[in-house]
Design a protein around this ligand. Structure first.
Ligand code: EPU
Length: 419
């Protein structure tokens, strides 16, 4: 297995660009199932999760072509299979995103039931209960969701809990349903709006995405379209945190700061100076020690759970004590044990972590457990004394495009060690 070797202590300085957002790209790729024409996708990130989604769509009959400008064309004219096999679903839970589109196009789907994962049990009951309200029959059999419907019917749905991929699944299913669907208690993440914009480009009639109430008026057919995947707000946030812990000075281009407002507020609390315009964010950390920041994760527009692990590193080298409440996932503190091996002082009780700032961190051999946990270990390695080796970096390759190249460009010293 490949590993990353990080020599700590370098100050990050310079300018980089954001890649396309994984969590915007995955539902947009799933939406290709909804039409039988070509979709052209620009700025798709080169990530393992995207390759897995390609494999899934390919296994159903989609054709995927890459042109000389690095744009992808997805042709779903011959997409006839309705099954998402366990081998693929177990490596990427977001495979569940094909459920709504398959029901809309074929009236049936067979999707392996995603199991738990390192950050929580992550059931899909909100997706299934809501689809039932649109007339879908669902059977759970041999570890698979078997779903069938004659014709999806519009319905008024209030989700039992806020779910990002659940909101996306229902929004996609409702585009081709008979009549009007309203969705309430929905996720308001920017990626929901990105998907709605793309579906509307394909001919859907969706209003209110990004607000508390989404209204979808079903249409007969969707058409091919061309779409630019927006920049990854979590990738941008991760590099901003790396700048804080290395007392750096960086600029991130191609990112809309509105998507990161809570993160920017918290970064300012650490003592960092941040400026932004419509399309870039700059950060300078002049304080020698960051101030601690309390955090409570919650659905957008609140502080994202996907940035919680990275902020643990800022708090670990801060001048005081911080409390972190994780309210989205029940087990998203797996990074803590590894960070403590690097000298951090973090204790966890239930859904709250208490982080006491220490004078310095030291390099160690550590193991990544999930995507954002791996990012926190790399960030810790950047500010630790000596060398850090991060194992199981296949997690990082799922969601960060060329992370060591981008950080090295800013002055880090990271080497990918072959397996
Ligand atoms: N939940 C249920 N039942 C459901 C659905 C969700 O109980 O049917 C619970 C989950 O267990 C969790 C909470 O609701 O406790 C929120 O889960 P949600 O469904 O919103 O998460 P998701 O859609 O599976 C997406 C992102 C995650 C991100 C979360 C929260 C994608 C592909 N994934 O997951 O991204 O953490 O929303 O913002 O969009 C990542 O990129 O590292 C990542 C994990």
């Amino acid at each position: 297995m490949e590993k990353l070797l990080i020599k700590g202590g370098n100050r990050l300085k310079g300018k980089i660009s954001c890649s396309g957002a994984k969590n915007a790209a995955l539902p947009i790729l799933a939406a290709s199932i909804l039409c039988d024409e070509k979709l052209v996708l620009k700025n798709l990130p080169y990530l393992q999760d995207i390759t897995t989604m390609f494999e899934l769509l390919g296994s159903m009959g989609a054709e995927i072509l890459l042109d000389e400008n690095m744009n992808f064309t997805i042709n779903t004219t011959n997409l006839n299979e309705i099954e998402a096999r366990y081998e693929l679903v177990k490596t990427m839970r977001a495979s569940i995103l094909v459920l709504g589109p398959l029901l809309a196009r074929h009236g049936k789907a067979k999707i392996a039931l995603p199991g738990g994962c390192a950050i929580g049990s992550r059931p899909v009951n909100y997706h299934l209960d809501s689809l039932k309200k649109m007339g879908v029959n669902i059977n759970l059999k041999n570890g698979y969701i078997e779903a069938t419907v004659d014709k999806l019917k519009g319905a008024d749905i209030i989700f039992d809990g806020i779910t990002v991929t659940g909101t996306e699944n229902l929004m996609m299913a409702a585009t081709l349903a008979e009549g009007v669907t309203t969705l309430q208690n929905v996720a308001k993440e920017p990626e929901i709006k990105d998907l709605a914009e793309m579906l509307n480009k394909m001919g859907a009639k969706i209003e209110g995405a990004g607000s508390d109430l989404i209204k979808i008026t079903g249409v007969e057919k969707l058409f091919g379209a061309e779409v630019q995947i927006p920049a990854d707000r979590i990738e941008a946030g991760t590099y901003l945190v790396a700048a804080v812990v290395t007392k750096g000075e960086i600029v991130i281009d191609d990112i809309n700061p509105v998507r990161l407002m809570r993160v920017i507020e918290k970064l300012k609390e650490t003592g960092a100076i941040i400026e932004y315009d419509n399309n870039s964010i700059s950060i300078i950390m002049r304080e020698s020690i960051p101030k601690p920041v309390d955090i409570q994760t919650a659905p957008f527009p609140e502080f994202p759970t996907d940035m919680q692990a990275q902020f643990s590193v800022i708090n670990s080298i801060s001048s005081g004590i911080a409390k972190v409440n994780e309210t989205v996932f029940e087990n998203r503190f797996m990074h803590v044990l590894e960070l403590n091996r690097m000298g951090c002082n973090i204790s966890v009780k239930g859904s709250q972590a208490t982080i006491k700032g220490v004078h310095s961190l030291f390099g160690a051999e550590v193991m990544a457990t999930d995507l954002r946990a791996s990012a926190s270990l790399i960030i810790a390695g950047l500010c630790a004394e000596g060398e850090t080796i991060v194992d199981r970096i296949y997690h990082i390759d799922r969601g960060y495009e060329r992370i060591e190249e981008k950080l090295n460009y800013l002055g880090a010293e990271i080497t990918r060690l072959p397996s």
